[in-house]
Each structure stands twice: as structure tokens, then as C-alpha cells.
Design a protein around this ligand. Structure first.
Ligand code: DQA
Length: 144
């Protein structure tokens, strides 16, 4: 089981960025926790971040045949990017949408996810733990 974690814009600033919303855990610390959990469950992890939409699109496209699951925190692109949505459909790799914050409990413009309809499911609102839950969800992605 190979899982590709992709993180979108501004997530490189986790730890210092709006800590009341996103917590104080850095992306590197989240990656370490994910690796630890994945190792216990026998999964292999690749963990990446980009502030560029096109780079995220390219990584999603390249995941075909390389990864069993994509876990995607598309950050602000969640709400706008038809390009990411089309890439998810094109790659045919099961994709799980995640967010640290509960996007449905925030500003109205965050309630809409243009990628949600083409993802297997959505994990939101558990802070850094959303990433750990995504490891569990990935292992079981084809179970139901
Ligand atoms: C986020 C939620 C998005 O609305 C926001 O633009 C982010 C982070 C989250 O993980 O809670 O950058 O994806």
C-alpha cells in the first residue's frame, strides 16, 4: 500500500499560520506522525507540499500506477480548482480529501469543495489528527 499525501498552498506555514484555526503543529511534525502510523500499518508514504496549482496537478497525474491512494489537503484550491478536480478524475487513483479545520463551520466560501464529488470521502475538523485518520481511511479505501 503506497499513499501519496499532497498539501496545497500555505500549508508550509503550519505551526505559525493562524494557530487558533490550524493549531501549532508544523507540517514536518504532521509528516513524522503520519510516517509513524503508516509504518505500524505497513503502508509506504510519500509526503509533499506545493504552493503551485500546476505542480499539484502534475503530481496527481503522475500518481497513476505509482500510488494506491492519494490523500489531498488542497487548502484554498479546494474551493476553486476545477483543474485539481479534473486531475483526480483523470488519474483514477482513489483520493481522500482532508482538512485540519471544519470547513463547513467556517466562512461560507469554504463550505463548497469542488473536489469533494470526485473524492472517496472527506475528513475535516480534527486538526493534525485528520492526517492520521486519513492513513486509516486509506488502508480501508477499497473495503466498503
Ligand atoms: C484548509 C481549509 C481551507 O479552507 C484553507 O484555505 C486552508 C486549510 C484546512 O486544512 O483546514 O488553507 O484546507
Amino acid at each position: 500500500m503506497k499513499i501519496l499525501f499532497l498539501n496545497g498552498p500555505n500549508l508550509n506555514l503550519l505551526g505559525q499560520r493562524e494557530p487558533d484555526v490550524y493549531g501549532r503543529t508544523t507540517l514536518a511534525e504532521i509528516e513524522a506522525k503520519v510516517r509513524e502510523r503508516a509504518k505500524k500499518l505497513g503502508a509506504e508514504i510519500e509526503f509533499r507540499q506545493s504552493n503551485l496549482e500546476g505542480e499539484l496537478v502534475a503530481w496527481i497525474q503522475q500518481a497513476k500506477g505509482e500510488f494506491d491512494v492519494i490523500v489531498l489537503n488542497a487548502a484554498a484550491y479546494t474551493h476553486t480548482s476545477i483543474a485539481l478536480r479534473d486531475a483526480i478524475v483523470a488519474t483514477e487513483v482513489p483520493t481522500i480529501e482532508i482538512h485540519l479545520s471544519n470547513i463547513h463551520a467556517r466562512e461560507e466560501f469554504r463550505h463548497k469543495s469542488v473536489i469533494a464529488p470526485v473524492c472517496r470521502g472527506q475528513i475535516v475538523g480534527f486538526g493534525a489528527n485528520s492526517y492520521i485518520l486519513a492513513v486509516e481511511a486509506s488502508i480501508n479505501v477499497n473495503a466498503s
